[in-house]
Design a protein around this ligand. Structure first.
Ligand SMILES: [Zn+2]
Length: 467
């Protein structure tokens, strides 16, 4: 069987993969520091050349006003499904340097764990994608699917030029779905398909009263204190059980299916370990949902900061002139960010106490994203994981956002499969970042099989028309 040849190839090249990855990880591609500007470009060139060597002969750098993108495609047969692979070759800064046991850009292997900045986030996983493609080209000569790659060098600084690029290169990038390996598995030996992310909506509110702070002895008791007014407004946003008390806030929120609830329930999640890891005395939140359901599939309204009046040393007996708060909401798929901001704005206006003025500054909003559990990409990933890890794939979501996934959904109308093989405690963005090599090798095999299973699936409608 052809896929057996591919797996054999992957299993017989471990030494070469480690040597190449060591080279890639030795390049200090820190995008946030101008002194590493040349290193970032070197990493892009290294990746591009390695892609060409693997078999993606048209791989090239596409310049942006910032760091270049590494792009390429192999469209073998337009009747086959087309996949876009996204990843990033830039890394986070390394300070505090003295906390690193091995220097961050001198990769070291200890007990089958590879230590280096970028090993798991994300150069190691980008390279894992590359070798999965290469194994097909070097053995079978062709991939069972069409593939496009998009690797950026500005992910760690907010992907500042990426959405503009995607807007102007829609035809080049469009595919049946995107695959990203830049997330962790649920836990060690719990490989996972991540199929949903939460979105975000932000606002700032200001409550103002008198034109300046007032002497509380002279004026206290005669006017509404803006700090009190803000506190009552914020308190009105939630019920005592933690659910959101804003009319219309839950409009569009999808009901979790039994399959999803069972999938989440089956995961090894321990409440005490969770609480210990953050130091809170107890759990709190909507009693109708488990903590994992609340993090992954329920929306929130969260006050991120409040400020007002005098907070210096000693006391200053005033009625403050103003009070402010920053608020963000985590949104779930199908909740419209603009609608959420509308209903919160209406709620705040109707609950604002008399005697103060309320200003609301609406911020940006991004919807949550979701790939349906019966999407061919999810089913193919499930099969590939089962073949390599010999266990059922976990279905997970993430409570945070990945902006590029929103862009893929909004601009390219395509879903994203988040299939990462790092572990949650591999120190992304921190000293001693590492990647377990057995997950690198099994991840590459899983991806190689993914392309096989995707090619067997019906229901992928997109046909590449760029040829
Ligand atoms: Zn990353």
């Amino acid at each position: 069987m052809t896929q057996e040849l591919v797996l054999q190839y992957l299993r017989s090249h471990h030494d070469q993969y480690l040597a190449d990855l060591t080279e890639f990880l030795s390049i200090a591609s820190i995008s946030s520091l101008t002194q590493h500007h040349q290193d970032v470009r070197s990493a892009a060139s290294w990746l591009c050349e390695r892609l060409i060597k693997a078999g993606m002969t048209n791989a090239h750098l596409d310049e942006t006003p910032g760091n270049p993108l590494v792009v390429g495609s192999i469209i073998g047969d337009p009747h086959r499904p087309t996949i876009l692979i996204y990843g990033h070759y830039d890394v986070q800064p390394v300070d505090p340097l003295e906390k690193w046991v091995h220097p961050p850009f001198a990769p070291a292997v200890v007990d089958d764990v590879l230590y280096a900045r970028g090993s798991s986030d994300d150069k190691g996983q980008v390279y894992m994608q590359l070798v999965a493609l290469e194994a097909w080209w070097k053995t079978v000569g062709t991939l069972p699917v069409n593939v496009k790659v998009l690797f950026e060098g500005e992910e760690e600084i907010g992907s500042i030029h990426l959405s503009q690029y995607i807007e102007t290169h829609q035809k080049d990038l469009r595919a049946d779905f995107a695959v990203i390996s830049d997330t962790p598995m649920f836990a060690a030996e719990v490989p996972a398909v991540c199929y949903g992310l939460r979105g975000l909506a932000a606002l700032e509110i200001s409550v103002t009263g008198p034109f300046q702070d007032l002497h509380s002895g002279v004026y206290g008791g005669t006017v509404m204190n803006p700090a009190h007014a803000l506190a009552s407004l914020i308190a009105s946003l939630h019920r005592l059980d933690g659910t959101v008390n804003v009319e219309g806030f839950y409009d569009g929120v999808e009901v979790l299916t039994e399959k999803e609830r069972e999938a989440f329930q089956s995961l090894p999640f321990d409440h005490d370990t969770f609480l210990d890891s953050i130091g809170s005395p107890s759990l709190f939140g909507d009693p109708h949902f488990t903590p994992l359901e609340r993090i992954w599939a329920r929306p929130t309204v969260e006050v991120n900061g409040i400020w007002s009046g005098f907070i210096g040393e000693g006391r200053k007996t005033i009625v403050p002139a103003e009070a402010h708060a920053k608020i963000t909401c985590r949104l779930v798929p199908y909740q419209d960010p603009q609608h959420v901001l509308d209903v919160i704005e209406a709620h705040l206006k109707s609950h604002c106490p008399q005697g103060v003025q309320l200003q609301i500054h609406r911020g940006e909003g991004d919807p949550g994203t979701k790939t349906p559990l019966d999407h061919p990409s999810v089913l193919a990933a499930e099969q590939a994981i089962e073949d390599i890890y010999h266990k059922k794939a976990a279905y997970i979501r993430m409570g945070g956002s990945i902006p590029v996934v929103v862009t893929f959904q909004e601009v390219l109308q395509m879903p994203t499969l988040l299939l990462g093989f790092a572990l949650p405690d591999e120190n992304f963005h921190a000293p001693n970042e590492h990647f377990h090599l057995n997950n690198f090798y099994r991840g590459a095999e899983t991806l190689a099989l993914l392309w096989h299973y995707v090619s067997k699936k019906d229901g992928l409608q997109f046909r590449d028309s760029t040829r």
